[in-house]
Design a protein around this ligand. Structure first.
Ligand SMILES: CC(=O)N[C@H]1[C@@H](OP(=O)(O)O)O[C@H](CO)[C@@H](O)[C@@H]1O
Ligand SMILES: [Mg+2]
Length: 561
């Protein structure tokens, strides 16, 4: 590494000393902590992003400053790879080491070592390019400045600031730029609204969607999503969207509002009341990458009927499967129609057992990965159409390039035979879904538009959708232990292999409950062991969760909560 580059790194990093006594780690969703602790970390992630860009042939890399559904005083930072997906897991240990280097000299040493090991070309190549975005947190502005300083401490690196955007918007822009297509925020809105319009125009004329069901009320979590939805909705016809908790009326980000709150507490968020009984409602999280739906069943209680990520996944799967079977209908014997697209559905162990049964009864291939979008997305990408969702509402649909090419040519072929046939419409719908739904990462705004158009297409109310299946009662608990890394799991986190003996004890407990299922795993974002249990009644699920939490205590540590 050139002298000039070394002294630039030393002098600039001296302005961002790391916080004392804190060890940060690039967890399930990047670094997250109290915003006051993050200047140095974000600065260093700026360096990391520039190096990542150089390593990836100077492709555009994304850097997002957000702490999603955490409280407003927290913040965080994460990287988007050139595909628009999460940072390659292979680089996470380097991210950890950079964040925790105690001095500028240590930092420089780590960088020199890593640049050599990874063969990162620092000279004679196009400059690194990093797209920056942040959510609405007040701490975001100065953290963004720290990121810019980190980026400019790699000679020639260029930072492009996209301002306040949703996390999925930034991932989408990174992907689009690297594909060489239009990638501004307006382009994002135009792609979503035009593919939505295309799907609306393809709704069968006999659809029985009730005009009264047309209204949708959206809880924006007092974050970035509500404000973006206000812009997007002006470009849409055929939807009546009312946005609440858009952050303009003094509400606090994620406080008593948002997808995480609604999914965990199963009560109405602030700004909603008994007047909303029966209306279709949706909740975004603080950076608009999670989406859940709900309805208020009665005036006398604050409880809601939750429609979580599993049910959104089920709705998407039903629709996609229907289009694929229309496309396959008899009548054409040409070679092209023989292509058998592989459809896969990906869940985690947190998926409600009733959803998995439902999906399997539909004849779908359902697979499981460990918790975290990086695992789900990777698995989904192995299919022609991969649909993935976490129960908490983060998910999307990914289409393979080869399937999309086949679909394009199938569409051309069909239109030359009988234009406007049912088969051609199915091909057009699938092509429109691939443009509407964010291919980079789960996106509450694009997911919401797809849900809305499918409900209209099917003529279904939110109540009809809720009735796909009845969720098995479940309970989640957290247990504080001395060392959560002592728990090692296998088989997509469904089996504990360490400490020895605990899995047998969990099995013995679970066997006592009809339809019982329970598992434990160390959280990737909090210092706890998570316990999940489901069973045929709420009392049984609670009791199983409590017994398993006690086992965790016995085997590993101190108190449970
Ligand atoms: C049970 C649960 O909801 N876990 C969440 C949570 O991860 P943990 O590793 O469980 O803390 O945060 C992740 C990042 O947002 C999200 O991907 C995941 O689904
Ligand atoms: Mg989020």
């Amino acid at each position: 590494m050139k002298e000039q580059q070394q002294s630039l790194l030393l002098s600039s990093s001296a302005r961002f000393p790391p916080p004392q006594g804190v060890r940060l780690s690039y967890g399930t969703a990047g670094f997250r902590a109290d915003a006051g602790l993050l200047q140095s970390t974000v600065y260093r992630v700026g360096i990391l992003a520039a190096l990542r860009s150089l390593k990836m042939d100077s492709s555009v890399i994304g850097l997002v400053i957000t702490a999603s559904h955490n409280k407003e005083s927290d913040n965080g930072v994460k990287i988007a790879d050139p595909s628009g997906g999460m940072l390659s897991q292979h680089w996470e240990p380097f991210a950890d080491a950079l964040a925790n280097a105690p001095s500028p000299q240590h930092l420089l040493h780590l960088i020199i070592e890593f640049v050599e090991k990874e063969n990162i070309p620092l000279e004679g190549v196009r400059p690194a390019q990093i797209l920056l975005g942040r959510d609405t947190r007040p701490s975001g502005e100065s953290l963004l400045e720290a990121a810019k300083q980190g980026i400019s401490s790699i000679l020639g690196a260029v930072a492009i600031d996209m301002g306040i955007v949703t996390t999925p918007q930034l991932h989408w822009m990174v992907r689009a730029r690297n594909k060489g297509v239009k990638a501004s925020e307006l382009d994002y809105f135009e792609q979503l609204s035009s593919s939505f319009r295309c799907l609306m125009d393809l709704i069968p004329s006999g659809s029985t969607f009730n005009e009264l069901d047309n209204k949708l009320v959206v809880d924006g979590a007092n974050g970035v999503g509500g404000e973006k939805l206000e812009v997007l909705k002006k470009m849409l016809d055929g939807l009546a969207i009312e946005v609440r908790n858009s952050g303009k009326d003094g509400g606090v980000l994620n406080e008593g509002v948002g997808a995480d709150y609604v999914q965990k507490e199963k009560v109405v968020p602030c700004g909603f009341s008994s007047q909303d009984v029966g209306i279709r409602c949706a909740s975004l999280d603080g950076d608009a990458d999670r989406l859940v739906y709900f309805s208020v069943p009665s005036e006398s209680s604050s409880k809601i009927d939750l429609v979580d990520g599993d049910k959104i996944l089920s709705l998407f799967a039903v629709f996609i499967k229907e289009q694929l079977s229309i496309l396959k209908k008899e009548g054409h014997t040409d070679v092209n129609s023989d292509y058998q697209p592989r459809l896969g559905v990906i869940q985690t162990a947190y998926a409600n057992g009733a959803s998995t049964d439902y999906l399997r009864r539909l004849g779908l291939e359902v697979l499981f990965t460990p918790t975290g979008v990086k695992y789900l997305h990777e698995k989904a990408a192995e299919y022609d159409i991969g649909i993935y969702f976490e129960a908490n509402g983060h998910g999307t649909i990914v289409f393979s390039e080869s399937f999309l090419c086949w679909l394009e040519s199938r569409n051309n072929e069909l239109s030359s035979v009988v234009k406007g046939s049912e088969q051609q419409k199915a091909a057009l719908r699938l092509l429109a879904v691939s443009k509407l739904i964010n291919q980079a990462v789960g996106d509450a705004l694009s997911g919401l538009l797809l849900v809305e158009v499918i409900l209209q297409h099917m003529g279904w109310s939110i109540h009809r959708w809720t009735e796909f299946y009845r969720d098995l009662p479940s309970r989640q608990l957290k247990v504080k232990v001395v060392d959560r890394t002592a728990v090692v799991t296998a088989n997509a986190e469904t089996v504990v292999v360490k400490p020895p003996g605990i899995q047998e004890a969990i099995n013995a407990e679970t066997a006592k409950y009809p339809q019982g299922r329970s598992f434990i795993r160390p959280s990737g974002t909090e210092d706890v062991i998570r316990v999940y249990a489901e069973a045929s009644t709420q009392e049984a699920a609670d009791s199983l969760a409590n017994s398993v939490a006690k086992l965790v205590d016995q085997f590993l540590g101190f108190s449970s909560s």
